[in-house]
Design a protein around this ligand. Structure first.
Ligand code: FAD
Length: 394
């Protein structure tokens, strides 16, 4: 494993750093903070995305022929590290950029590539991912939403749930059952569905954070043109597996994130009092921060092992499976530890003038979802047990 960066890579880092520092969104004004709504945050994120796109930094791993930068793996990592260093978001349409776009590149016709890809990258058209259903989450092969081919159209009936940003989306990458007799993995197909299609209804689901960023989608005789089939008819399981693989690669190794959260906790410990003294002077708190530092470092080096394998063109090994499991649980413990430091301030919503910076309440309530989204911890442990450790099926 080589921990160093080449002079070219360091030059790239300097270029990214200079651009981000010069172009990063301004902090929220007190007026914006006081009337903070999801719509306002979305508009800010949209403006940031437009800037990233103009600068050539939106979806930097996308090939140049589709409007991307064609960045190498190591450049993507450097870019993620620099974003994390300034605590900046990646932009909007993340699911379109990391999941649907690469799936269209892999499975789409020339017409589909020309029609959809650049608008995804520019975030002119927002996409959502229609996989989970009330009876099909961890077990996606159990998908029940039906699409019957009638002439030139699929007629879709059924329900999806937990669909992130469906209320903002123009299109949905939808997985449906098209063969009702075949074994469950063989009867699925993938459709590109215009969310304005009659018969498509979106109902937002409000979460404990107060946000409603995911939704239920209902389909009642929604007619989707046959031309919007992505990949082979009844070959949707392969499209689904590759879409999820693109998701994992896209989320990638955010090597900086735990270090970032640790840095925030250290700053909080310096700023807050604990039992009448600065919290940073309390030995139990110092001990816990040191423990987080050890785990964050272990996570970082595990990420570097994974990166080294991928740079050598090797398939992701056990270290990649461990990464999601460890990083989501570590983030949950770190974010929840902030409550010890913040005391009653942890309960103040971020639009209050008294709220500590860092949107801690939102993060404390929201972090529970990390060990569910993109595959639960239990399912992840099954995968590690069976595929990595070769243990017998439970
Ligand atoms: C923030 C967030 C965003 C999301 N966004 C989307 C989205 O955009 N599109 C989309 O389609 N879905 C989305 N999801 C849904 C997500 O993919 C599912 O919640 C997840 O896959 C789990 O499925 P489930 O909720 O149906 O739980 P279930 O699969 O019903 O699991 C329930 C419990 O049983 C356990 N369990 C299940 N199977 C096993 C097993 N074989 N062995 C051991 N334990 C098991 C699970 O670990 C869990 O504790 C999102 C979820 C979250 C939290």
């Amino acid at each position: 494993m080589d921990f160093g960066y080449t002079p070219e890579q360091e030059a790239f880092r300097n270029q990214v750093r200079a651009w981000l520092e010069a172009n990063q969104p301004p902090p929220l004004t007190p007026e914006e903070k006081a009337r903070l709504t999801e719509d306002l945050l979305w508009e800010r994120a949209k403006a940031w995305h437009a800037k990233l796109y103009e600068g050539g930094w939106a979806g930097i791993s996308w090939p140049k022929e589709y409007g991307g930068r064609g960045a190498s793996l190591i450049e993507q990592v450097i870019f993620s590290q620099e974003l994390a260093r300034l605590n900046l978001p990646v932009g909007i349409n993340v699911l379109g950029i990391i999941m649907t776009g690469p799936a269209i590149m892999q499975w789409g016709s020339a017409e589909q590539k020309a029609r959809y890809l650049n608008k995804i990258l520019k975030a002119e058209e927002i996409w959502c991912e229609g996989l989970s259903e009330p009876g099909a989450g961890s077990d996606l092969a159990a998908i029940q939403t039906r699409a019957e081919l009638v002439g030139d159209h699929f007629v879709v009936n059924g329900q999806k749930i937990w669909t992130t940003h469906a209320h903002r989306a123009h299109f949905c990458q939808l997985f449906v059952r098209t063969d009702f007799q075949a074994p469950k993995h063989r009867g699925l197909s993938c459709l590109l569905v215009d969310m304005k299609t009659p018969g498509v209804t979106v109902r937002p689901l409000r979460q404990i954070t107060g946000e409603a960023e995911f939704n239920e989608i209902f389909f009642e005789d929604a007619r989707v043109p046959r031309a919007n089939l992505l990949g082979p008819l009844n070959g949707g399981w392969q499209v689904l597996i590759s879409t999820l693989m693109h998701e994992r690669v896209g989320i990638g190794e955010t090597l900086g994130t735990s270090q970032q959260t640790l840095g925030e906790l250290v700053e909080l410990a310096k700023a807050m009092d604990y039992l009448g003294r600065p919290a940073i002077e309390n030995s139990a708190i110092r001990q816990q921060l040191a423990q987080f530092a050890i785990e964050a470092a272990a996570k970082k080096y595990n990420g570097l092992r994974s990166l080294t394998s991928r740079l050598k063109g090797l398939p992701p090994g056990p270290e990649a499976s461990i990464s999601k499991l460890v990083s989501t649980e570590l983030t949950q413990r770190m974010v929840k530890f902030a409550t010890h430091l913040l005391g009653q301030y942890a309960l103040i919503e971020q639009h209050s003038p008294l709220a500590p910076s860092g949107a801690w309440l939102l993060r404390i309530l929201g972090c529970e979802s990390l060990t569910i989204a993109g595959g639960t911890t239990a399912v992840q442990k099954n995968m590690i047990g069976e595929r990595v450790l070769q243990l017998p099926k439970g």
